[in-house]
Design a protein around this ligand. Structure first.
Ligand SMILES: Cc1cc2nc3c(=O)[nH]c(=O)nc-3n(C[C@H](O)[C@H](O)[C@H](O)COP(=O)(O)OP(=O)(O)OC[C@H]3O[C@@H](n4cnc5c(N)ncnc54)[C@H](O)[C@@H]3O)c2cc1C
Length: 326
């Protein structure tokens, strides 16, 4: 809960750009998640900086949520202020072979911009739903292409709202589906991405090809959070889970997708606990059958509503640590 003096301070800064007690199920692709004490959508970078300063001064925890495509939020929800950057969504071509993108720009806005301006290099992102901030924090990618391949520089605010010096590619510790080494609580606000001048039709054709392939291999019409586990070296988490006989396994309304075994889908009314149980089952079954410990990709956030729903076992403990780091 937010104390009433803190509430007043937030409203005085943000007016109707802050809401209280907002169910995060409305803001995650899995359609699961309890309330954020406060959900703030700053109008621009200056307001974001003022908001971070205010939260820091008042001891209110903050956490950025992108478009919620790679998170599982527990039913107890998130304390403090959840930040959404969807109003920071500007994109500009700054050089013949570079674009400057704000962190709240969505995957579709970015790839549409590239088609309109005939810029190649980011087609792989067309089917990776989310915002630039989420793409960067997750080093999003598909096949051999990852965000790190196109990032030239990122811009950050620290947890107190101070602008940090921009960090060039060489100073960034990207790894498979993660960006490590950022200061605790830092917010990614923008990045410069490398692109290659091309023909609009060629860029569009490559996007269409990748989207068609995705449509054929992933459950795109049911709520999910994308890949639940990282692929282990030299193998695929989906293949291992399928080989362990878990395609179609259910807990409540959550199911290991029958289309792609590394996806868990919500058939309506699934809880975080259902999803965590399926995750644990997949980890245990695969480890028993193959000795391979699957590592989670999805970030588990928020509080449990009852003790049984809390971290239970090695798998969800690892998930929790992952989530807490972001
Ligand atoms: C159907 C489907 C298909 C998918 N396919 C792929 C795929 O092929 N490849 C892939 O890599 N992913 C895939 N994903 C997962 C997801 O699309 C990516 O992880 C994406 O990068 C998430 O972006 P987001 O904005 O939704 O981030 P969120 O899920 O909201 O957040 C993810 C993490 O990023 C942090 N974060 C977000 N914005 C910021 C910021 N501005 N500053 C600091 N931290 C921030 C959050 O705190 C959180 O820890 C898929 C998901 C779905 C639902």
């Amino acid at each position: 809960m937010i104390a009433s003096a803190d509430r007043d301070a937030l409203v005085s800064l943000l007016a109707d750009r802050v809401e209280f007690g907002v169910p995060l199920a409305r803001h995650t692709s899995l359609r699961i998640g309890g309330p954020a004490d406060a959900l703030a959508t700053p109008a621009d970078r200056d307001e974001l900086a003022r908001l971070l300063a205010l939260c820091h001064a008042r001891g209110l925890p903050t956490r950025v949520l992108g478009a919620g495509f790679n998170v599982l939020v527990r039913e107890g929800g998130l304390r403090g202020v959840v930040l959404r950057l969807k109003k920071l969504r500007g994109i500009e071509r700054t050089e013949p072979d570079a674009i400057h993108v704000e962190a709240g720009a969505s995957h579709s806005t970015i790839t549409r911009f590239c088609v309109t301006h005939g810029l190649a290099g980011l087609e792989f992102g067309a089917g990776i739903p989310g915002t630039l901030g989420g793409w960067l924090a997750m080093n999003a990618g598909i096949g051999s292409r990852e965000l790190k391949d196109v990032v030239r520089e990122i811009e950050l605010l620290d947890r107190t709202g101070r602008t940090l010096p921009p960090r060039g590619r060489a100073e960034l510790d990207f790894r498979y589906r993660a960006l490590d080494g950022l200061p605790e609580g830092a917010v990614l606000v923008a990045a410069t991405l490398a692109v290659t001048p091309s023909e609009r039709e060629a860029v569009q054709a490559e996007i269409d090809r990748l989207l068609a392939r995705r449509q054929a291999t992933q459950p795109t019409d049911v709520p999910s959070c994308g890949s639940v586990f990282r692929n282990p070296p030299g193998d695929f988490a989906g293949r291992l889970i399928e080989a362990a006989g878990l395609k179609g396994a259910r807990e409540g309304a959550a199911e290991i997708s029958t289309v792609h075994a590394n996806f868990i889908v919500n058939h309506g009314g699934a809880t975080a606990r259902d999803v965590l149980r399926l995750i644990e089952r997949a980890r245990e079954t695969v480890a028993r059958a193959t000795g391979i410990e699957l590592e989670p990709e999805v970030r588990v956030l928020g509080e449990a509503v009852d003790p049984d729903d809390a971290v239970d076992g090695a798998g969800t403990a690892a998930l929790s640590r992952e989530g807490d780091r972001s």
